[in-house]
Design a protein around this ligand. Sequence first.
Ligand code: VG1
Ligand code: CO
Length: 542
Amino acid sequence: MIETVKTAPIDGQKPGTSGLRKKVTVFQQPPYLANFVQSIFNSLSGFEGKTLVLGGDGRFFNVEAIQIVLKMAAANGFGRVIVGQNGILSTPAASHMIRKNQAFGGIILSASHNPGGPDGDFGIKYNASNGGPAPEKITDAIFAITKTLTEYKIIQSNDVDLSKIGAVKLDAMSVEVVDPVTDYLAMMQELFDFDAIRGLFQSGFRMKFDAMSAVTGPYAHRILEDVLGAPAGTVLNGTPLPDFGHHHPDPNLVHAKAIYDMAMSADGPDLCAASDGDGDRNLIIGKSQFITPSDSLAMLCANAHLAPAYKAGLAGIARSMPTSAAADRVAEKLKINIFETPTGWKFFGNLLDAGKATICGEESAGTGSSHVREKDGLWAVLLWLNILAVRKQSVAEIAKEHWQIYGRNYYCRHDYEEVASAGANDLVADLRAKLPTLKGQSINGKIVANADDFAYHDPVDGSDSAHQGIRILFEDGSRVVYRLSGTGTEGATLRVYIERFEDEPSKLAQDTQMALADLIAISRDFAQIAKYTGRQEPSVIT
Ligand code: VG1
Ligand code: CO
């Protein structure tokens, strides 16, 4: 029976970089979730009788939220929902499932790298029929509807048993509970040379993959250990836990320090990798050789032709603006286009759909390709494995050769997390006010070649997105970028991105922080970070 429930708009349900993220306690409070789900449905048309894909990263409140979305999908007239067993679907697997089943769209319940558990964060986002995050015109429409919503629809029914694979009816709608790994594994087998990777493991190559007690556990166990023959124990923290074992499922040098230390130890594995809460990010560390995500993007692009799916070459490369220009140098050599987009995967969708880009990446440890419309953590790990199996060299050797050919973009990001919003906004306003007169000026002896607030014109649909980050570009090619995070749930997070190109890497210190010391000082002084945030040091350096 369909029930129409009266409701009132809720303030601040504005999707950020990747969907709507708030504290679990906020989502748990009815009608918070129902209002947002109904706003998503109201922003769409023509889904009656069609298929919706549904799943999440397994965090606290995932299963409860899935039951609510199922009942609302039935009440709103969807014909079928495909849902991952026990509510589990990694973000890239959900994207694939939407595409494979020609679904109308999908709902992914995840707050990605944010902490979970009863005091942690929850999130929800809508993906369109191409499998990609809703573009801004849809997220803007959803937000507008949240401000006027007066009712939502839900059916009265028992919960669906999400543990049993198979189809059941929920009123007139069918619910198919599917294994979350099977289709994703089949796609990876098509993209990569699994025999070569199997041979690599047989030859004694050792890796550790840290699933961070998040969604990639079941995928990694099956693909790496069961199918590719990596020894049992290759996958660490491989069982998804609602609170990620009290850790942040963020594969960076702070939260994935254990795996970093392992890689740096004298008898460490040949490859260490990790993924995040929803399985779309990847961290790559070779034996004694950390690879920045920006470099990883460049190295994957330079070597992708060694994997079956990319042997014909790449149509183009796309990177988010704060990502280093290492990939640009590869694009130049390959004579293919490079695109620079705002932060967030939703901006890559059009380029991938139009066949303008094949591989995309972000400095935040996200890399992916045209095989889905999301970034894909295990895909990046498998592409690295495929390349290592073919080149028969270590990660460190491959990196060294890469820098010799292309030069090296020294790069780091400093995050000032959970600072007061007012101060962070003032800092940005102050920077913006300084922009018009910066060109030609010297900051600590470095001359500014150009400074702007990044604006993106989408070459496919012609849409414009302004205020995407403040860039200060110096005459020597180095740069500092400032932007505020759109995924946090407490206060504001200031991200500062620092980059310097060196065509003779041997000239600079190996240590990134040392190689970038003068720019780091500029980044702090110029924006008066201590004055506006009260912080002398960043909380996370990646
Ligand atoms: C961060 C990253 C961005 C990424 C986004 C979602 O956004 O910087 O590159 O696309 O998270 O990733 P922000 O606005 O906090 O800087 V995920 O793995 O949360 O889907
Ligand atoms: Co993620």
